[in-house]
Write a protein that binds this ligand. Structure first.
Ligand code: PFF
Length: 448
């Protein structure tokens, strides 16, 4: 009989907060946030986003961390332990991790490709051509995607404190330093003010009709779930490695605050420079890989900034992909009694294979459409707009109506040791506000 793997643990609260922030801060902040803000009315989006972070993000994060710490299990094991009938909520999470990581790693691979370009002295002057021909080719994107997945697997193999926590402790501070340097550089270009204004001063006339407002609200909610890694059990998994006695309320407020500060810094690093050099902020997913290299190649020491920037994106992406792989790995360890090494490698291989479909959907598979969208777009739609909000909504209903606010409050307050002052507000949000809001936004997104 194989010996049962010993469950991992974060060595300190700080380690946990950094790892959870590492999960939250990722491609969502650097790649998605600036372009979604660019397409959704700049500052108007930012305001709605911040409201959702506090109204939905913080309570849902408290809920997930508490479920994890209480049960000390992965999402499937956790729901099964609390109430067998609701195991399916955990299943949604694990499936979500599969879907997200398989396309997330493709973009992570693109980042590695750009890092090597800058290292080898390529200033990517013709970025439109460079980007288009790279993403539409058949071999290279798959290769880089595999390398990114292997790097993710390497960290997860090392375990919770010696892998995830250790890497986060080094990479997270580095991330904040690099983004501040780039934001300062970006904001001091001549003409940068237009970008700062666009990002921070709301232009309500952009949102002059209900459908337009609806679109921004849908985008903001999807982004909150994605950016805070919520609705699919990542924070349940990380919470399960928390020591008893740690302060969940503090962590669940700090992580969203750090994530939001980072998203704002990312906007300030990217949009002012884009405006200063006369490019379009609403370029969509190409903003990072097509527009920004143009900015870098037009500025002094562009190669250095380009390299620094894409290394930053890589650090951010890998600390997030690690959390996605950990969700499924922990399920295999807890429930299927696998060894960490076997689980992490096996899951990585499966995810790498599924990711091939996402990698090829900008090239040979671009005409394969599911309800009119490419495979890649369908995967992002499924994760951001369906799995994460629905998972989050079910979690709130479960906590509010099934497991019960009194029970979770006991866990959150460490049995009454740390007062849970917001209990009544938390209860109303979990029971009514969050489920209703998510439902309304979800249904409207299907018709948008
Ligand atoms: N929060 C990550 C980002 O912003 O890039 C993405 C992510 C990681 C989503 C982990 C979901 C998750 F469980």
């Amino acid at each position: 009989m194989e010996k049962q793997e010993k469950r991992g643990k974060f060595s300190s609260s700080l380690g946990f907060i950094l790892a959870a922030t590492g999960s939250a801060v990722g491609l969502g902040n650097l790649w998605k946030f600036p372009y979604i803000a660019g397409q959704s009315g700049g500052a108007v989006f930012l305001i709605i986003y911040i409201i959702f972070v506090f109204l939905l993000g913080v309570p849902i994060m408290i809920g997930e961390m508490a479920i994890g710490r209480k049960t000390k299990l992965n999402p499937i094991g956790a729901y099964k332990t609390l109430n067998k009938k609701y195991t399916f909520i955990g299943v949604i999470g694990v499936v979500g991790a599969f879907v997200i990581l398989s396309y997330y790693s493709v973009i992570g691979g693109w980042v590695l490709k750009y890092i090597t370009a800058y290292i080898t002295g390529n200033n990517i002057t013709d970025s439109t051509n460079y980007y288009q021909s790279f993403i539409s080719s058949s071999i290279e994107p798959i290769l880089w995607h595999f390398i990114f997945m292997a790097a993710t697997c390497f960290i997860v193999l090392k375990g919770v404190s010696a892998g995830i926590e250790k890497f986060s402790k080094v990479l997270l501070p580095a991330l904040f330093i690099i983004i501040i340097v780039i934001a300062v550089r970006s904001m001091t270009f001549e003409g940068a003010a237009a970008g700062i204004k666009y990002f921070l001063v709301p232009n309500w006339s952009d949102i002059d009709s209900l459908p337009k407002l609806g679109k921004v609200v849908v985008a903001a909610m999807g982004q909150v779930f994605f950016s805070l890694s919520l609705g699919m059990g990542t924070m349940i998994t990380y919470g399960s490695y928390l020591k008893k006695g740690s302060n969940i309320q503090k962590s669940a407020v700090l992580v969203p605050i750090f994530d939001t500060i980072f998203a704002i810094l990312a906007g300030l690093a990217i949009l002012p420079a884009v405006f200063a050099f006369g490019f379009e902020p609403s370029a969509g997913p190409g903003l990072l890989f097509e527009t920004l290299p143009k900015v870098f190649s037009s500025m002094p020491f562009g190669i250095v900034f380009g390299l620094m920037f894409f290394v930053l994106v890589f650090f951010a992406a890998i600390t997030s992909s690690v959390s996605l792989l950990e969700v499924v790995t922990s399920f295999c360890i807890d429930n299927l009694k696998m060894k960490r090494k076997t689980a992490a490698i096996l899951i990585s291989i499966i995810m790498a294979l599924i990711g091939i479909l996402a990698a090829l959907s900008f090239g040979v598979l671009q005409d394969v459409k599911i309800f009119g969208s490419t495979i890649f777009d369908s995967m992002t739609f499924l994760s951001d707009k369906v799995i994460m909000p629905i998972g989050g909504m079910l979690m709130c209903i479960f906590v509010g109506h099934i497991w019960g606010v009194d029970n979770i409050a006991l866990e959150i307050s460490n049995g009454g040791v740390i007062p849970f002052k917001w209990k009544n507000l938390f209860s109303i949000i979990m029971k009514y506000i969050a489920p209703a809001l998510i439902m309304i936004i979800f249904i409207s997104s299907l018709f948008a």
